[in-house]
Write a new protein. Structure first.
Length: 199
């Protein structure tokens, strides 16, 4: 696995925005409703078996996917930041938490998340991550990728070094060997692109 991390890192605060937004700065309070819309869209997908979350941050998204999909047997959260891994282990001790480079290729997963990750990476780093994800998925397994839409309110945000259109996101997924499911792929509140594809 690559240790994709040559760009500015901004810690995830999804748990805070979803469950304790009043503890964040007032400028972030409005983001809570937007984040709930994104989490709900992702969690509504049909997840089952073993799911891996690349760039899991504090582990909240994986926990929400599991809570809404009892068919998920195990969630593995992959993160590069030790502080985020420590927080995720405290918040969600029933998940497995791994550093980015410790993911073992050859373990087959039924689904993968890569949400709010690619916009923090160069095109080369993003391609490497998508290829890493493809290598650990079973044939036909589902991948859900979310990125800020280039015309949405979160396109310019701390730590973002890239902006995405549908055409660019679709090309990057196809280049990594994924097949886009156009029926399930959508935008979320005009802010994010949610691509659902299969290995």
């Amino acid at each position: 696995m690559s240790d994709a991390g040559n760009t500015e890192y901004v810690p995830d605060r999804l748990f805070g925005r979803l469950f304790v937004p009043w503890m964040l700065s007032p400028g972030e309070w409005g983001l809570a409703d937007e984040d709930w819309a994104r989490v709900n869209a992702i969690a509504r997908l049909e997840w089952y078996g073993r799911v891996i979350d690349f760039g899991a941050g504090d582990g909240t998204l994986a926990a929400m996917v599991c809570s809404r999909n009892p068919q998920v047997e195990k969630a593995v959260c992959v993160e590069k930041d030790d502080a985020q891994i420590d927080l995720a282990q405290k918040l969600w001790p029933f998940h497995t938490h791994l550093r980015w480079k410790h993911v073992i290729c050859g373990e087959d997963y039924d689904g993968a998340l890569c949400c709010e990750v690619l916009e923090h990476m160069t095109p080369e780093e993003g391609h490497e991550v998508l290829c890493d994800i493809k290598r650990v998925l079973k044939p036909g397994a589902m991948l859900c990728v979310t990125v800020p839409w280039e015309s949405g309110s979160r396109a310019v945000y701390p730590g973002h070094i890239r902006q995405f259109s549908w055409a660019l996101l679709g090309k990057e997924l196809r280049d990594a060997g994924f097949t886009l499911d156009e029926k399930q792929s959508t935008d979320i509140k005009g802010i994010w692109l949610m691509a659902v594809c299969h290995a």
